[in-house]
Design a protein around this ligand. Structure first.
Ligand code: 6R9
Length: 654
């Protein structure tokens, strides 16, 4: 693989403010380095100490790491615990009346629920699940809108040792069916409908439809949470109302103590092939990752009002809504709605209303809010904020700067957190009281995370060259396997070509300070005339242009260059046509040539009102690549949020 040094030229650097640093859990770079050194010197001892300190064990572990059958590692594997006990019961004596969840509904009404009240609801629902015959190791599919009930359902499964598999409410009946059958669910939990942006979204009917598709014989019951009261079909032999079950149960349910390695959940994620992978996480290792990352990266304080905008259907909503904040006894906002309803000021208005102190969202949300109302944050009092986070994709330096100045008022550190469904919790991210940020870089690995960039044979890259992002040692929160497919687990993440490293599937490079810069998925790296270019670098250059709101770059096979560069661009203003479009194409090509170099100039630029995105906000580059090649889209686009956009993006400007 030939490579060139990355052309990324970002040089701005933002050190933590003194006051933030003084108050931070990990304060100053030496404190961070000390933690890293501890992990270097005694790797298993480092993790064992943390697991003892952060988790309440029913039966303490004596064994730390089993490496006898790599890559099937086990951690703390003779210990016993319960995740729900760690998220709820252990707080009751000291902060039972503290607000655990501030729930804000789509219509703007909000309710507070205390730890005591949440514990009671989880216990009642756990008892109800037991009564339906759900027990240790049974799989339960959860297909719910963002709600307190979604958190209750997940926690209730954890309480009785059932393994939940949450399916994002935006997935189609077909995708839901695929997951229900693969995981072998015994029970499905859903709602009549969800509410998003003032519109009802049918959920129960999708469950009904998927259950008629065959292969779901294991599903005995469907529990339905009544959210809207909208009309739903009812199957007397299968369907049960949540509120009727909960009403008759008692307020306490003894937690089922499980082994540290007992699967807490299975969450499906897309791989490089069509079939989604059921990523299986452990109980103890996973929980430890969620707890530590909240402490280290989000500098969690008892007084914080934490808000992660992710849906519980994604890993971010698992670790930073359903488990992490509760495990720490924190107060968090759970939001049912969408960022643009009733208008694009919703996030900022909610930060003001609930006095949010730590806010965690995705670059795609940031970019779309810049497009819809870059000055809107100025209309609200955002002085409660002290820390901002991003996740899901690289953040373009210009979007980073906007987040920093307009939202954070140059006061709040930004934690750009690199991690994956598979890693369970943050892997590379700045500890905000210790590590200076550079816009667009996720900075340095968390203590104990042996991340590196290597060549395809596992050898070290030289200097700041790009390569494969790997993690060289197993760590507690890493996935344990792919449900039903251990071979795929081994092949995908621990390929023979690497000496036992976890292969993340991203490419990256490290700058002279050792900072990591994610260049995109392995398949997103372009090789243009022998030069390796990260799609993100070109996107960042485009987004830095004052006309551009968002951009996505894909490669298109080219006889001479290997690949040519196709840019899909969303302007801040109207989508241009005719001569106006030609003029902007020429200007943008010159712009990129000026920002990066002539090698990075897009060969083609196409304009759209938006980019094709999954419902979790990821740009669907696979579709963009097909469009670039002029192929008809025949593959499954059920996860696509805005299919109409594809028509606009078919045509190059001519
Ligand atoms: C948590 C989550 C994982 C993939 C990952 C990478 C991309 C996530 C990122 C980032 C650059 C960041 N990604 N965070 N890229 N900077 N801060 O998003 O999990 O949905 O499994 O996606 O997302 O490509 O490999 P998941």
């Amino acid at each position: 693989m030939s490579s060139i040094e990355s052309v990324m030229t970002e040089t701005r650097i933002f050190a933590p403010h003194e006051a933030f640093k003084q108050a931070a859990t990990v304060s100053g770079i030496e404190a961070y380095e000390n933690l890293c050194n501890l992990a270097e010197q005694d790797y298993t001892g480092f993790w064992a100490d943390l697991a003892n300190a952060e988790i309440d064990w029913h039966k303490p572990f004596t064994e730390i790491l089993d490496e006898s059958t790599p890559p099937f590692y086990r951690w703390f594997y003779d210990g016993e615990l319960n995740a729900s006990y760690n998220c709820l019961d252990r707080h009751l004596a000291s902060r039972g009346d503290k607000t655990a969840i501030i729930f804000e509904a789509d219509d703007g009404t909000s309710t507070h629920i205390s730890y005591k009240a949440l514990h009671q609801r989880v216990c009642r629902f756990a008892n109800a699940l037991k009564k339906q015959g759900v027990g240790l190791g049974d799989r339960v599919v959860i297909y719910l809108p963002m709600s307190v009930e979604a958190v209750v359902a997940m926690q209730a499964c954890a309480r009785i040792g059932a393994i939940h598999s949450v399916v994002f409410g935006g997935f189609s009946a077909k995708s839901l069916h695929e997951r229900i059958t693969d995981v072998g669910a015994k029970l499905v939990i859903t709602a009549d409908e969800g509410m998003r942006g003032g519109k009802a979204v049918a959920l129960k009917s999708a469950v009904d439809e998927s259950l008629t598709m065959g292969g779901c014989d294991a599903v005995e019951k469907v529990i339905v949470y009544r959210r809207t009261g909208g009309k739903t079909a009812w199957n007397e032999s299968k369907d049960l109302w949540w509120h009727e079950l909960e009403a008759v149960e008692s307020d306490y349910c003894e937690p089922t103590w499980v082994n540290a390695e007992h699967p807490l959940f299975i969450l499906y994620t897309s791989g490089s092939t069509g079939k989604p992978k059921g990523v299986q996480h452990s109980t103890a290792g996973y929980l430890l990752g969620a707890i530590l990352s909240l402490k280290w990266v989000f500098d969690h304080k008892a007084t914080d009002i934490f808000w992660c905008t992710a849906d519980v259907g994604w890993i971010t909503g698992h670790s930073y809504v359903a488990y992490g904040p509760l495990a720490l006894g924190g107060t968090q906002v759970v939001f049912e709605g969408i960022p643009t309803y009733p208008d694009a000021g919703r996030f900022w208005q909610m930060i003001e209303k609930h006095k949010v102190s730590v806010f965690y969202t995705a670059p795609t949300a940031i970019r779309s809010l810049i497009k819809l109302g870059g000055n809107l944050p100025n209309n609200y009092d955002l002085s409660s904020l002290r820390l901002l986070g991003t996740v899901g994709e690289p953040i373009n330096p210009e979007a980073w700067m906007w987040y920093h100045t307009v939202v954070g008022k140059e006061r709040c550190p930004i934690a750009d957190t690199w991690w994956q469904t598979e890693t369970g919790s943050h892997m590379i991210a700045p500890l905000p009281g210790a590590i200076a940020a550079k816009p667009g870089s996720c900075t340095l690995p968390l203590p104990g995370i042996m991340a590196d960039v290597v060549n395809e044979d596992g050898s070290a890259v030289s200097g700041t060259e790009g390569g494969l992002l790997v993690i060289k040692k197993p760590f507690p929160s890493l996935l344990r396997t792919i449900w039903n497919d251990p071979d795929r687990f081994q092949r995908t993440y621990f390929p023979n070509t690497l000496p036992g490293y976890y292969l993340a599937g991203d490419s990256a490079h490290r700058d002279a300070d050792g900072y990591f810069w994610i260049m995109g998925r392995i398949d997103d790296v372009l090789n243009v005339s022998g030069h390796r270019l990260g799609t993100m670098e070109i996107e960042s250059a485009l987004v830095a242009n004052p006309l551009v709101a968002e951009a996505a770059i894909v490669g298109k096979p080219h006889d001479i260059k290997g690949e040519s560069i196709v840019a899909y661009v969303v302007l801040k203003g109207e989508r241009p046509e005719g001569e106006a479009a030609k003029k902007i194409v020429a200007d943008l090509r010159d712009w990129v040539a000026k920002e990066i170099g002539p090698i990075a100039k897009p060969d083609e630029i196409r304009f759209g009102d938006n980019l094709p995105k999954t419902r979790s906000g990821k740009i669907m580059r696979r579709l963009l690549r097909s469009l670039a090649k002029g192929e008809e889209i025949t593959s499954d686009i059920s996860t696509l949020d805005n299919p109409a956009i594809l028509e606009q993006l078919k045509q190059p400007v001519s």
